[in-house]
Design a protein. Sequence first.
Length: 142
Amino acid sequence: MMQEKPGTLRSSRSTSKQVDSDDKSNSVGDFKEDVYTRRSRRHHRPQDRSYNDFRVDIPEFEGQLDPDILLDWLQTVERIFKFKGIPEEGKVKLVALKLRKYASIWWSNVVTKRVRKGKGKIRTWEKMKSKLKSKFLPPHDL
């Protein structure tokens, strides 16, 4: 039973070689088509996707005493809040992370002084923005 006729074996081998060679040529062709399809999908995203897949970060603020820099930065921060739908309770913490150099030192001192005086934390963006303006804008620009 284990012996097969030589002709039968040969014909099945030649058929399998033919199928194998066809599979390889098709698989390479399919592979090229598949890569092209994946690439084109990457660049042609559906229109109904949300904009949350964009990386939009709040810029850093170093505490420059230039009113234009502060006002531009505040405007950018507010546009990003609106764009990303940042909830009110997260705004102060998020902005505090973006303060650098003098602005960061100043904010740490504000927080420390409030704790010493028994005052509550600044929890609203409006209050933080008011503090930033009173510190980094000249009195006539308030």
